[in-house]
Design a protein. Structure first.
Ligand SMILES: *[C@@H]1O[C@H](CO)[C@@H](O)[C@H](O)[C@H]1NC(C)=O
Ligand SMILES: *[C@@H]1O[C@H](CO)[C@@H](O)[C@H](O)[C@H]1NC(C)=O
Ligand SMILES: *[C@@H]1O[C@H](CO)[C@@H](O)[C@H](O)[C@H]1NC(C)=O
Ligand SMILES: *[C@@H]1O[C@H](CO)[C@@H](O)[C@H](O)[C@H]1NC(C)=O
Length: 369
């Protein structure tokens, strides 16, 4: 009961704060902004932006320009005095790239009637434009390799009119994993959720790009076709194992609990989607295990497409290569070695691919059934 009351008090405080913010926003008579919100700058290079002040500013005020990392980005002006400004006022500001990385240039005004939330520029400082291009091309190639990787298995099933040798646990986990991943990607483009995202990270960039959405929806679609093949083609005594069913029920339970939390307003949809993406990561971690075990038990990889593994391997290697190129270009090695989800998972799937190569080309190479 005490907790409830406290929560209610918190809510009323938040509500009052909202009313105050709305009130002061309605009183705001001036706002300023840069001519761009995103900028790419080379190390040791400089560029000029313009800062525009719109509206009336009575009296004197000082605008403070600042960056988060002085060793990455500096400006030739750090403050601007404004006196009795009426109408648009424009200042050119010169930016210098000191070192590679990501930084934010922002402007603050110590006058509540000036709206400064739009006055920021996300700056990417890179060593080389060519490397950025190589990184983008590598990105498109692994996007292609991973997208095509679904088809060799489908083709093999179709040619044999059989799915014997293809592990159903793998297919089931893959389907759930890609559904969760699509939910995350599509979800972050829903305006409501985007609002939650920008409320939490006011100057952040939506992490989901269009090709992530295309890739994940296509992956669900392709996996569904494979599932359909499993219904219609010869399958022997294969079925989804009890272990996999328990794991999936556990995921189902987790997701239901998360939905309840959203319903009770303990978490917002953005949190829900992030938790779904973490569940997806655990699926990526385990999904190849049942297939590897099955190959081992059958002493054969017949029915399990090596073309799929080959494309997955190329995609995995290129995604790691891209991470390394970007780490150098943006001086961001922490994201490679400090983020186990991205680098570790890429590396893990490459290691599984190598295991499948060894099973296919070394251990069970003569088994044709
Ligand atoms: C930037 O300039 C400094 C000093 O002039 C130099 O030592 C450094 O190598 C340069 N960096 C790049 C990436 O050109
Ligand atoms: C405003 O700035 C001008 C010029 O810098 C100065 O002379 C004046 O005293 C300032 N007024 C106030 C109210 O700070
Ligand atoms: C700015 O406006 C104030 C009040 O209207 C006035 O007293 C002051 O002289 C003005 N300052 C300048 C520099 O125009
Ligand atoms: C800053 O750079 C801009 C653009 O080059 C220039 O117009 C402006 O005068 C500079 N300001 C200062 C204080 O050096």
């Amino acid at each position: 009961m005490a907790v409830r009351t406290q929560k209610f008090t918190m809510r009323s405080i938040v509500r009052v704060a909202f009313v105050l913010i709305a009130y002061s926003a309605s009183r705001a008579c001036a706002r300023f902004s840069f001519n761009t919100k995103d900028l790419v700058l080379l190390v040791n290079d400089s560029t000029t932006l313009t800062l525009t002040l719109m509206g009336n500013v009575p009296g004197n005020t000082t605008l403070i320009l600042s960056t988060n990392h002085k060793d990455l980005l500096t400006t030739n002006i750090s403050k601007i005095e404004v006196t009795n400004s009426t109408g648009p006022n424009v200042w050119p500001v010169e930016l210098f790239g000191q070192d590679a990385g990501h930084d934010l240039l922002k402007v603050d005004a110590y006058l509540s009637s000036i709206k400064s939330s739009d006055a920021f520029v996300r700056v990417t400082l890179q060593h080389s434009n060519e490397l950025a291009l190589v990184s983008a091309v590598v990105g498109w190639i692994y996007f292609g390799a991973w997208s095509i990787s679904f088809y060799p298995q489908m083709y093999e099933n179709w040619k044999r009119k059989s799915v014997v040798g293809l592990n159903f646990d793998f297919i089931a986990l893959n389907l759930i994993g890609f559904m969760l991943y699509s939910m995350f990607n599509v979800g972050l483009w829903i305006p409501e959720v985007e609002k939650e995202y920008s409320a939490r990270y006011p100057r952040g960039l939506n992490p989901v790009q269009l090709n992530d959405i295309l890739f994940s929806i296509h992956a669900v679609f392709a996996t569904l076709i494979t599932v359909t093949q499993c219904y219609f083609y010869e399958k022997g005594d294969q079925q989804v194992s009890r272990t996999a069913k328990s794991i999936m029920s556990f995921y189902g339970l987790l997701i239901t609990m998360l939905l309840v939390l959203v319903y009770l307003q303990n978490i917002v949809w953005l949190d829900f989607l992030y938790y779904c993406s973490y569940i997806k990561l655990t699926i990526t971690l385990i999904k190849y295990i049942p297939q590897a075990v099955m190959n081992y038990k059958r002493k054969s990889t017949f029915g399990w497409s090596i073309g799929n593994i080959f494309l997955d391997f190329i995609g995995g290697l290129l995604s790691i290569l891209q991470m390394i190129i970007n780490a150098y270009n943006y001086n961001d090695w922490a994201s490679v070695f400090g983020d186990p989800t991205k680098f570790g998972l890429g590396l893990l799937s490459v290691i599984f691919d190598i295991l499948f190569f060894v099973q296919h080309y070394v251990f069970y190479r003569f088994k044709k059934t």
